[in-house]
Write a protein that binds this ligand. Structure first.
Ligand code: FUC
Length: 758
């Protein structure tokens, strides 16, 4: 006993220091390629990819509303521009390090040249709406530099005092303006004839960048709002007036108010191993660049890297999805091309949904709003489009490819809108914000229900089927496709609960309950699989990346190990046949599926496949998923849904709450027998404020209840805690049920007196 607690103590001191340091992604070389090596930063509106060259710095940047297209053409998300900084003379032989610190959302580049230590700090501030690039050195007069700004659509760069400006209009009339303002320490920026700014023998300098468009998410204003020019000028003047230190402090404070809510340490001791047996997760791991850790990962377990990748998902969401902005697209908001893969759009048949799976459970509820607001802003145009395709229906749905003006292309994805509004229900389920549900969420849920009320086909025996659906992205177009049926089931369920919670529309609610009763339900086929189609024709050799008919297992709650074990087993047979390797997002989804099947070792096997360093370019629809050395997910090519889906998957392995109870450590792999997580959120307004486990058993647990109400827990081992009744043993762990009050905090420790009688 004593020995164990000493080990736990050493271990927690040790692991705390890992946690404190290991929030950094770093490299000992500048980036040479945008997609695989540059590091991203962003504030939900402006984003930058940093190369970090010594002699030639390059920051490619974006603004999330710079889109071609309109209501009838899908167009594509566009690149905005580039900042180039030439620093002639900096030799390239001295020491060099560039890093992205997830703990502060700051990038740093340090190098030595000619006996001078140079240092850069970059960040993208949400509170001040500005990107800041700050250059210092330990010797006065060390900087001679030329700064350029290039427009991705060919507009001429205008020079005005210490500023450079690019402005223009896209073919759809959207106006854009990007501007940098330079402040020099110990010198002045001089305009050159080639539209650049020159700095000579300065002590240091700071570049402030802001960019915007006249996009508005309001159809009633033809999707246009305020002219960007005045706004970005005001932003830059205000930012420069605040000065670097204040901007940095405000940025870090704002970022950490979200990021620091969750901390995670994983599996420090391997099963049967001792402290430090995790190889490169210890100090070794931190002394080698991230790409080398990736290369070593196959041979040396690196649980700290697995946790780092989880936190990276959270970093990327905070950086690409902030209140008041547009949702994260296929690449978050980072895009260097005017013809990006799949338009860098909002894909409705898995991708945009996956981007937001982590938002609520990883305690970033505020970052969910861009998606929720996007759904709302699309309603009217989607209603018009939908009525053209499906005359006479109420409500609306979507095609597969979608832009920011309601324009859409590729095939109709009939259950797409029902899948969108699952996010509305989830936001309510996690926050219990009834006022928001009533005023914002419910009317949208209801109109999508009305679409299906009008669109479903009733067979002579009363069964309701979705007519002529398609299981993304393969197989026939026919009635009763499982993907459609399950999503409609989920929609009806959420609607019924919403009407109950709000005590409204009783008659319609009962009608929807009756429709749900008559929906064609998931079926088990001849080889024990969950059928993708009503006809039992699934091919056991089918390895398709989409496993859409498992929606009911994840992200839907209709199938679960505890409530529908037969269907859960069929889902398992299907997943086994589909195999593990696939595209990036598909692997991330499979992690979530296996977590829901409570098979932690299988989820972990896929997690390990996900952490495969891949390079190169091109599109692969079947295999080749993994991550690049900047840890961005490779579909390939880069697609951010995998990063977000990975983070959601890790959360699902540690905690689930979709089956009317909070399940703790439901899918813990053998390799994560020890760990510590703080701040995950569960449905019902509960926070897993602190959970520590050792040898696969919970040793310490604190749950915070924000809204009160009963809390049901399912845990792997007996716990004891004040005012908590005895646990009930079941096939899947022990269950506890206790009443909570709003603001209440409930703590538990492992019960020592036997497994069943705490
Ligand atoms: C879906 C997927 C593809 C890709 C694209 C953006 O169509 O089938 O794999 O992720 O979206």
């Amino acid at each position: 006993m004593i020995k164990r607690s000493v080990i736990v103590l050493i271990y927690s001191v040790f692991s705390f220091s890992i946690q404190a340091q290991d929030l950094k992604i770093w490299d000992d070389r500048p980036a040479s390629t945008w997609m695989t090596e540059a590091y991203p930063m962003g504030n939900g509106r402006i984003g930058g990819m940093v190369f970090g060259g010594r002699q030639h710095e390059h920051v490619q940047f974006n603004e999330i509303s710079l889109w071609t297209g309109d209501e009838s053409n899908t167009g594509a998300y566009q690149a905005f521009g580039d900042v180039f900084i030439d620093l002639p003379g900096a030799d390239t032989t001295g020491s060099y390090r560039r890093e992205l610190d997830l703990g502060r959302a700051v990038q740093q580049i340090s190098y030595e040249a000619g006996g001078v230590k140079y240092h850069r700090e970059y960040f993208c501030s949400f509170p001040d709406q500005v990107m800041v690039l700050h250059f210092t050195a330990d010797k006065k007069g060390a900087y001679t530099a030329t700064i350029g700004l290039k427009d991705a659509h060919g507009a001429k760069t205008e020079v005005e005092g210490g500023t450079l400006d690019i402005t223009g209009r896209l073919e759809n009339g959207l106006k854009y303006d990007g501007r940098i303002l330079v402040r020099v320490d110990g010198g002045r920026a001089i305009a050159s004839s080639d539209s650049t700014l020159s700095i000579s023998q300065a002590d240091g300098f700071t570049i402030f960048l802001s960019a915007g468009t006249d996009y508005s998410n309001k159809r009633s204003q033809q999707w246009r709002g305020q002219d960007p020019t005045g706004r970005i000028r005001r932003i830059l003047t205000a930012a420069a007036g605040k000065g670097y230190d204040q901007l940095l402090a405000r940025h870090v404070f704002d970022y950490q108010s979200l990021f620091k809510r969750v901390s995670l340490e994983l599996g420090m001791a391997a099963p049967g191993g001792s402290v430090g047996s995790n190889g490169s997760a210890g100090s070794d791991g931190l002394s080698v660049p991230t790409y080398k850790r990736l290369l070593h990962y196959r041979a040396v377990p690196d649980h700290a890297l697995e946790a780092l990748l989880f936190q990276y998902g959270r970093y990327l969401l905070i950086s690409s999805s902030r209140k008041g902005g547009l949702p994260a697209n296929l690449q978050g908001l980072w895009n260097e091309s005017n013809t990006p893969p799949w338009r860098c759009d909002y894909h409705s048949n898995i991708n945009i949904q996956m981007n937001y799976w982590l938002a609520e459970p990883t305690n970033l509820s505020e970052c969910h709003f861009p998606y929720l607001d996007y759904i709302n802003s699309m309603r009217e145009v989607k209603k018009d489009n939908t009525r053209k395709e499906y005359p006479g229906v109420r409500g609306w749905t979507v095609r597969t490819e979608n832009n920011i003006f309601g324009g859409e292309s590729y095939l109709w994805n009939t259950p797409g809108s029902a899948w969108y509004v699952q996010a509305i229900w989830e936001h309510y389920a996690f926050t219990k914000d009834k006022v928001w549900l009533g005023s914002f969420g419910y009317p949208i849920l209801k109109e999508i229900v009305e679409f299906w009320d009008d669109h479903l086909k009733r067979r002579p025996d009363g069964t309701l089927v979705s007519p002529m659906g398609w299981s993304p992205e393969h197989g026939p177009t026919e009635d009763g496709v499982t993907y459609d049926q399950e999503i409609v089931y989920d929609l009806f369920t959420n609607y019924i609960e919403a009407a109950d919670v709000l005590h409204i529309d009783k008659t319609y609610r009962d009608h929807v309950a009756d429709m749900r009763e008559h929906l064609l339900k998931p079926k088990i086929g001849q080889w024990g699989q969950l059928q993708e189609w009503e006809t039992d024709r699934d091919d056991p050799k089918d390895r398709h990346r989409h496993t859409s008919h498992l929606f009911a297992l994840h992200p839907g709650p209709q199938i679960s190990v505890t409530k529908t074990p037969g269907l859960a087993n069929a889902a398992k047979v299907t997943l086994q046949a589909r195999g593990d390797s696939s595209t990036g997002w598909s692997m991330a989804w499979k992690m979530n599926f296996w977590a829901r099947l409570q098979d932690g070792d299988h989820a972990y096997r896929i997690l390990k496949n996900f952490i495969t360093l891949v390079g190169g370019s091109g599109v692969d629809y079947n295999e080749g998923g993994g991550i690049y050395s900047n840890l961005l997910c490779a579909h390939p090519p880069f697609q951010i849904d995998g990063n977000f889906g990975y983070a959601a998957g890790v959360a699902e392995m540690l905690m689930q709450s979709q089956a009317d109870e909070i399940q703790l450590l439901p899918a813990l792999p053998g390799d994560w027998q020890d760990g510590h997580v703080k701040g995950l959120k569960a449905r019902g307004g509960f926070e897993i404020a602190d959970m520590q486990w050792s040898k696969g058993k919970i040793v310490k647990l604190t749950i915070r209840s924000s809204m009160g109400g009963d809390c049901s827990l399912r845990v792997p081992n007996a716990l004891k805690g004040a005012k908590v009744p005895k646990g009930v043993a079941t096939d899947h762990g022990l269950t506890y049920r206790f009443a909570t009050v709003a603001g209440g905090v409930y703590t538990f420790t492992a019960a020592v007196s036997g497994p069943l009688h705490p």
